[in-house]
Design a protein around this ligand. Structure first.
Ligand SMILES: Cc1ncc(COP(=O)(O)O)c(C=O)c1O
Length: 291
């Protein structure tokens, strides 16, 4: 497994990751009081940077924080990290926490200095078996909080759900709530039936996925119908294809759900079209400015 690259960004400085220090009173450490983004980097260029930064600011608004940096400043941080680490294919993690105070109060004092942290991890090529054969997923009831649209660092529910998948030898856990699909523990779920792509509507129940939006845009370009509407459990189980969409891997096919083959039990025809379109889109963007 590839580890983080050596140079990170912390509160305005670029420094060796091994020398980065924050206070134990940082509220992200004590309470998970912070938000984050994960941005893929292809060909040394951050992918869909504006959309990620818009979502970061949306998450900050959700926890009543003011954006500490403008998009242009974040773009500079990203570009510096990429060049100082000689990163090519990687993913960038950025986190903003409410900051540290001397003490531990549920009610935060106003005017804290936020803690800003970012680093890069090399993106290893996807094992060809995963792309060729797809991945397995299991289902589980939702156990997370009611504002899943905020990309919060409080991820305990997601972590426990990911562990469920691992325990079952699967890649992802797909959640069900009140008889409907929400999302995966770290992925947006798309369901294909009769050549139409279905995805649950954005709401407080799920994270507004950036990869999901790419899938929607590409589906339009490919003239594949796509519908954003609630997905009952029965529709999930009767899917011709199921896809997981997430920043670090784009789109991945689920070929087994709770031990049962999805459709023909192998990556479906629409997935193959989407996957090619995604790769081409990444290549095309490579020649354009990041913001
Ligand atoms: C809970 C959850 N849903 C969906 C996604 C997919 O979002 P994106 O495509 O922006 O990576 C993620 C990504 O980490 C996630 O954690």
């Amino acid at each position: 497994m590839s580890g983080p690259l050596p140079v990170c960004y912390l509160n305005g400085n670029f420094l060796p990751l091994t020398e980065a220090r924050i206070s134990p009173f940082d509220r992200a450490f004590l309470f998970g009081d912070g938000v984050y983004e994960v941005i893929p980097v292809y060909g040394s260029r951050p992918f869909r940077l504006r959309q990620h930064l818009d979502r970061l600011n949306r998450s900050l608004g959700g926890i009543r924080m003011t954006p500490p940096l403008a998009h242009g400043d974040w773009a500079h941080v990203c570009q510096e990290l990429i060049s100082r680490n000689h990163a090519d294919e990687a993913y960038l993690y950025m986190q903003v926490s409410r900051g540290a105070e001397f003490g531990r109060n549920h009610l935060w004092p106003e005017g804290l200095k936020p803690t800003l942290f970012a680093y890069l991890t090399e993106l290893e090529p996807l094992p060809s078996a995963l792309a060729d054969n797809g991945v397995a997923a299991v289902t589980a009831p939702e156990i997370r909080w009611a504002r899943r649209d905020i990309k919060s660092t409080s991820l305990l529910g997601n972590l426990l759900l990911k562990k469920l998948a691992a325990d079952a030898g699967a890649f992802e856990t797909i959640m069900l709530e009140n008889g409907e699909l929400t999302e995966g523990s770290s992925t947006t779920v798309h369901v294909v039936k009769n050549s139409v792509i279905h995805t649950p509507p954005n709401s407080h129940h799920i994270l507004p996925g950036t990869t999901r939006d790419v899938v929607t845009e590409l589906a339009d370009l490919l003239s594949i119908r796509n519908v954003s509407a609630p997905i009952p459990e029965s529709a999930l189980r009767a899917a011709d294809e199921i896809w997981l969409a997430f920043s670090t891997r784009g789109v991945l096919p689920v070929t087994k759900l709770d031990g049962v083959p999805v459709g023909a039990g192998k990556p479906g025809p629409l997935f193959k079209r989407m996957s090619i379109a995604f790769t081409n889109y990444v290549r095309e963007l490579g020649r354009t400015p990041a913001l």
